[in-house]
Design a protein around this ligand. Structure first.
Ligand SMILES: [Zn+2]
Length: 364
């Protein structure tokens, strides 16, 4: 594989580094990296991997851009509110480096699809924000034999390590059991300093480039902790646990399974608030909206946008009115019936969110 004249110009500062050079840049061009999550961590990771000239970049995310994302998810902009994150991210990648081949997966990583997607890539970047995904990615990377560059963030602090490499521990070696759902609040509840995922995501991209080029010492058998309040960076030694249920001497986990945490956090991911919907509608007046109230209720209050009316009890036989490739907001009077509708539609493979508080909140 050779680099074109324009690529030689673009990557000149890499070519000047003896640790990278032409051979290293060619490795970067051949590399396939999967970013799981195009949010706070994914934004900077995707940004710098794109700039570095990664040959193939995969991005998986089933979410849409919301107003509250923009404080830290810098790959998305105001005009993208209401759009799929993978499409917004892909647009950024294409505009910034036409040499990068991008594949988007507008879906959630699950036990059913993880081993169809992950093995294709050389390196996995975990930019997710919940424990279910973190354990799933760890296990899938172990089964597929792919290094998992994992970062997590909380308020002002973060941590980073490379798991499931052949010569290091997996995430379960350090944290054998998934914590209870309420042990760690999500970003939405706990809050996060906007630049924190920026720092950690850039370091995930750094580790990826080091692994690809083969320079330096990757964060295998080590975990970096970052505290932005006192700017303390510490490196902890980690090691493989021979008793690990996944990668130890007598594993009990032999097939990929997802540990679902039944908690408010995961449910709230499927909600959208009135302010975000208002901005989404301003950007896209044709936004797909489903009103699951009964027809007589519409007469009193009118509808939001150009909503289509599918009363909740007729939803199962009305699926031909909905497109699996598109994104929908679902509402009712107060959010209860539409919550059930969203649960049903998501289980059927549709992309949708529930308007919190329904028509009452909208009218208010
Ligand atoms: Zn392990």
């Amino acid at each position: 594989m050779t680099l074109s004249t324009s690529e030689l110009q673009r990557y000149a500062r890499h070519l000047n580094l003896p640790e990278v050079g032409l051979a290293g840049q060619e490795k970067i061009k051949q590399a396939k990296v999967l970013c799981i999550g195009a949010g706070g961590l994914g934004s900077p990771a995707i940004t710098y991997l794109t700039a570095a000239g990664i040959g193939e970049l995969g991005i998986i995310d089933n979410d849409v851009v919301e107003t509250s994302n923009l404080q830290r998810q810098t790959i998305h902009n105001h005009a993208a509110i209401g759009q799929a994150k993978v499409l917004s991210a892909a647009r950024w990648v294409k505009a910034n480096n036409p040499n990068v081949n991008i594949t988007t997966y507008q879906q959630r990583l699950t036990a059913d699809n993880a081993l169809n997607i992950i093995p294709y890539y050389d390196i996995i970047i975990d930019g997710t924000d919940n424990f279910s995904s973190r354990y799933l990615i760890n296990d899938a990377c172990f089964f597929a034999g792919k290094p998992n560059i994992q970062a997590s963030i909380y308020r002002f602090e973060g941590q980073l390590s490379v798991f499931a490499a052949s010569d290091g521990p997996c995430y379960r070696c350090l944290f054998p059991e998934i914590p209870s759902a309420d042990a760690m609040p999500s970003c939405a509840e706990g809050g996060v300093l906007g630049v924190l995922p920026g720092l950690l995501g850039v370091m995930q991209a750094t580790e990826a480039l080091k692994l690809i080029v083969g320079c330096g010492e990757p964060l295998i058998n080590r975990m970096l902790t970052v505290n932005t309040l006192n700017m303390a960076f510490k490196t902890l030694i980690t090691r493989k646990n021979p008793l690990c249920n996944l990668c130890g001497d007598n594993p009990t986990i032999t097939i990929l399974e997802e540990i679902m945490q039944n908690c408010e956090n995961t449910l709230s991911e499927h909600n959208i608030d009135v302010a975000t919907l208002r901005t989404s509608l301003a950007n896209n007046p044709k936004l797909n909206i489903i009103d699951v109230r009964e027809p007589f209720e519409l007469l009193e209050t009118g509808q939001i946008g150009e909503a289509i009316n599918i009363p909740l009890n007729t939803l199962p036989e009305s699926l031909d009115k909905i497109n699996k490739d598109e994104y929908y907001i679902v509402y009712c009077r107060s959010g209860g019936r539409s919550g059930r509708a969203v649960e049903f539609l998501r289980a059927e493979g549709y992309h949708c969110k529930n308007l919190s508080g329904g028509m009452i909140a909208w009218s208010a």
